[in-house]
Design a protein around this ligand. Structure first.
Ligand code: CMP
Length: 861
């Protein structure tokens, strides 16, 4: 029904018409039908123009009639037309029930006077309404009927809209020819439903709407000037929310998908912020279209709440439609160039969720999405099934990418079991709609079973740290069998055809047993008495401390567990540090001591390291064979590291409470090789032999570089550049120019200036398999971690997560092809060399190394 003011205006105009120009309202024929009491648009316009000098133009008069028509106080006889200054028929609402042949009764004297008196204010009122009414009238016209003047009017209007303020004027001009008007009369009307296809983008001209999400209810309210419905169009994703009118009589501008894609898609706002309950929950940024032309996702996540990011991920990056299983990026080889061009949101999320969304939270949210049927009253089966499919696809990708940590965590392990059961039940309800997903779940179940089987076979063995502190068996089996086992792991890589998904499988295969096994080590007192402890790898410092104090009969108070380095340096351990034994420095040992007596701690004699070198052995080994075995060994150790261990390390040993022994061992390996080089040279007394050994190490570095074992290459060259070695002038003088040139070349490659530019350029050209210079990867991640906050104004800084994931992807890339080293042709002391490279004995005390060096070649006066 028309508003009071509009009804009043209509009454005044009709009364005056009946008095002054009664012939304008009469019965007329329209398409053969008798239409009672109609006026003609053009005549009504003319009459209103003549009624008062305040009405200045025909178009203004027509707009004033349109203001009446909009609220239904007058209407086109067949309801098809807005008001037009044309030969079209209109009727007053008051005459709706008029019958042909009956003339209306003329207004009384009193009514006449009343109408005359009210004329001026109602004209003013209609004139005020007219421009908007006119605009709406134009906006209702199909675009091909819009005249240049119409478009100009709309354009003027668009200039004032906040939702378009970021767009150029030429884009606004284009919009002016196609943008449409849409209005809805009743509060509670649903404009569109979550999960449906996006067809238009909307701007609110008048009124307000609620944004509702299944399982959450109303999360946001949008008002005049706000826009919505862009996400689905830009990302080709289903609607992320349902939009419901919050009041009667809401007006919108609407741009339909085809027009949107043509005009807007590439000139979108750079940043989109989604709010829930007044707080930002997701910030998206446009990806520049040239640089990422391969990706059809136009927005990338900058920050968000974990919950909302997951929601957005499920809705935009995982296909809920049938038959989409497996059609995901998982199956594409991830080459270095792809990393720059594909959408990595899912990959980033999987790699880093432990930082911002621990397993219990993630799995709880996944279940909530999976159980959409029980949480929302939406009976739309297609929507419900799509939610279920997405969760299953997510879980499949998650498990296949991350593996062991997912299986190993109690919350996620339990979740996988629950989900399996629910999927089994749902398959009965939804039948064929979930068939592909049931298959995916089956492969998840198989992976879980395989993992558990592996664990139980490996669980019996333990990981022993011999008195020297070095782990003798990495894979939980005795050293001799170790090689067999790892060899098997290598085969697994061979079979994988170099697919990226497989490398994580390999790493987790060798990784699994570790997670289950225990570690045996010693804790010493100041007087060098000790106890031997056996703990699971997950054990923290405080537990070790308590147990050691107990065994050694020490009082618990004021006791500290510390690492005592061979140099005598004392490093107290934080209480929550996980598995300190594997994190020790090369010849470091665990000591327990009273807080106040730390200064009195003296290293054990064995911490000094060997007093004699192994030159006699080394002379017998061919350098090529030595390099071969070093790289084989390093590759095994590198393959055993889970990418997550890098995160554990970067965020601190006490942050996640997770084991990172494999990374410990690999980083330790770097130091081991480095100090082995220094120690061996410093322990070789004869000058000629020393020079010979120096040449051997230079050759060894060359072979390692050739085998793309850049970790060992760096370790050797950094070892050679240690002052204890570089100061041995007499030794270096004995090098031929060929060797000197080689070494200079190496020095250039390890030059750290410009953030290791020469190395980065070198490694960028290599194809996997690569053993990267791992301390630099650690440094990059630490730099990212320390330079960027994890959370910004309560939202997770996802850019940081992306940067961390980039490094993790590099690691995955390096391992994405099997190590196909050529076996040395006539292996001589194969077993012996293999054992040798596993048990390098080193001096890691720089002061002692310098002293040895000085004794060999005293400083010339
Ligand atoms: P689209 O997914 O196309 O359809 C629903 C729209 O609701 C969505 O685009 C956003 O424009 C808008 N919206 C506003 N707030 C939110 C929110 N918190 N979550 C999701 N969508 C929102």
């Amino acid at each position: 029904a028309p508003s009071e003011r509009v009804s009043e205006a209509a009454w005044v105009l009709r009364s005056l018409l009946l008095v002054r120009a009664p012939h304008l309202l009469k019965d007329r024929r329209h398409h053969g039908l008798q239409q009672p009491r109609c006026g003609v648009g053009a005549e009504l316009t003319e009459w209103l123009l003549s009624l008062s000098s305040t009405v200045h133009s025909r178009s203004q008069a027509a707009s004033m009639w349109q203001a009446l028509l909009e609220e239904g106080a007058i209407y086109h006889v067949t309801g098809e037309q807005p008001f037009r200054d044309k030969y079209l028929f209109y009727r007053f609402l008051t005459d709706a029930s008029a019958v042909p042949g009956v003339t209306p009764s003329a207004p009384s004297q009193c009514e006449r006077r009343d109408a005359d008196e009210r004329l001026t204010p109602i004209l003013a009122f209609l004139q005020q309404r007219a421009p908007d009414a006119m605009l709406r009238m134009i906006l209702r016209r199909p675009s091909h009927e819009r005249t240049i003047e119409d478009q100009e009017l709309i354009y003027e209007e668009l200039l004032h809209l906040k939702a378009l303020s970021h767009l150029s004027n030429s884009v606004k001009r284009e919009l002016a020819s196609i943008i449409k008007f849409e209005s809805h009369a009743n509060e509670g009307t649903t404009l569109f439903q979550q999960g449906t296809e996006g067809k238009s983008w909307y701007i609110i001209l008048k009124g307000s709407v609620n944004v509702a999400i299944h399982g959450k209810g109303v999360v946001n309210t949008l008002h005049e000037g706000d826009d919505f419905g862009k996400l689905a169009l830009v990302n080709d994703a289903p609607r992320a929310a349902t939009i419901i009118l919050r009041e009667d009589n809401c007006h919108f501008l609407r741009v339909d998908k085809g027009d949107f894609n043509r005009i807007m898609r590439d000139v979108e706002a750079n940043t989109v912020r989604l709010k829930e309950h007044g707080q930002d929950v997701l910030v998206l940024e446009k990806i520049s279209s040239n640089a990422h032309s391969h990706s059809h996702y136009k927005y990338t996540v900058m920050s968000g709440t974990p919950q909302k990011m997951l929601e957005h991920l499920l809705e935009t990056r995982l296909d809920g439609r049938r038959g989409s299983a497996g059609a995901e990026m998982a199956n594409l080889p991830l080459r270095r160039c792809d990393i720059a061009t594909t959408d990595l949101f899912l990959d980033d999320f999987l790699f880093t969720h432990i930082v911002f969304m621990p397993y219990p939270h993630l799995t709880q949210e996944l279940l909530r999405h999976y159980r959409m049927d029980s949480q929302s009253n939406s009976q739309d089966q297609e929507f419900v099934v799509a939610c279920k499919r997405r969760v299953i696809h997510f879980v499949h990708r998650w498990v296949m990418t991350i593996k062991s940590p997912v299986f190993n965590n109690t919350a996620s392990n339990q979740f996988l079991q629950t989900l399996q059961e629910e999927v089994a039940k749902d398959v009965e309800v939804y039948g064929v709609a979930l068939r592909d997903e049931a298959t995916l779940m089956l492969s998840v179940a198989e992976a879980l079973e395989r993992y558990e089987r592996d664990c139980s076979t490996a669980g019996i063995s333990k990981w022993k740290l011999p008195t020297s502190g070095r782990p003798i068996s990495l894979f939980g089996v005795p050293a001799t069998e170790d090689s067999v086992h790892t060899h098997r792991a290598m085969r697994a890589i061979d079979d994988s055809k170099g697919q990226p998904g497989m490398c994580s499988e390999v790493s987790s295969q060798s990784h699994n047993p570790l997670m289950c096994s225990s570690v045996i080590f010693r804790v010493y007192c100041a007087d060098h008495t000790y106890c031997t402890l056996r703990f699971s790898l997950q054990t923290t410092s405080d537990i070790i401390k308590r147990s050691a104090a107990d065994k050694l009969g020490l009082r618990q108070e004021n006791m500290l567990l510390v690492e005592l380095k061979s140099s005598g340096e004392v490093l107290p351990l934080r209480e929550k540090e996980v598995c300190p034994p594997t994190g020790l420095s090369l010849n470091g040992r665990l000591f327990i001591s009273n807080k106040d007596h730390l200064d009195a701690l003296m290293p054990l004699p064995e911490q000094e390291g060997p007093t004699e070198g192994t030159i006699n052995q080394l002379e017998m080994y061919s350098t090529r064979e030595l390099a071969y075995h070093i790289t084989m060994r390093d590759w095994d150790l590198f393959g055993a590291i889970h990418e997550y261990e890098f995160l554990y390390q970067v965020f601190g040993r006490d942050h996640f409470g997770e084991v990172m022994c494999n990374l410990d061992v690999f980083l330790r390996r770097f130091n081991e090789i480095q100090y082995w080089v220094v120690s061996e040279i410093c322990l070789t007394n004869t000058l000629s032999k020393r020079a010979q050994l120096l040449r051997k190490f230079i050759k060894l570095a060359a072979y390692c570089r050739e085998q793309q074992n850049l970790n060992a290459f760096f370790a050797i060259v950094i070892g050679l550049s240690n002052v204890a070695i570089s100061r041995l002038t007499q030794t270096w003088e004995r090098l031929s120019s060929r060797f000197r040139k080689m070494y200079t070349e190496f020095e250039i490659l390890i030059d750290p200036s410009k953030n290791h530019r020469s190395y980065r350029m070198y490694v960028a050209k290599l194809q996997p398999p690569i053993l990267p210079f791992t301390p630099l990867l650690m440094k990059d991640m630490t730099f990212t971690h320390e330079g960027n906050r994890t959370s910004l104004d309560g939202l997770i800084n996802f850019e940081k997560m992306h940067m961390l994931a980039q490094t993790l992807r590099t690691i995955r890339y390096c391992r994405s092809r099997p190590l196909g080293l050529e076996v040395p042709q006539v292996p001589k002391n194969e077993t012996e060399i293999r054992e040798y490279v596993r048990n390098l004995q080193v001096v890691d005390n720089q002061r002692r190394l310098l002293a040895l060096s000085q004794r060999l070649e005293p400083k010339r006066p």
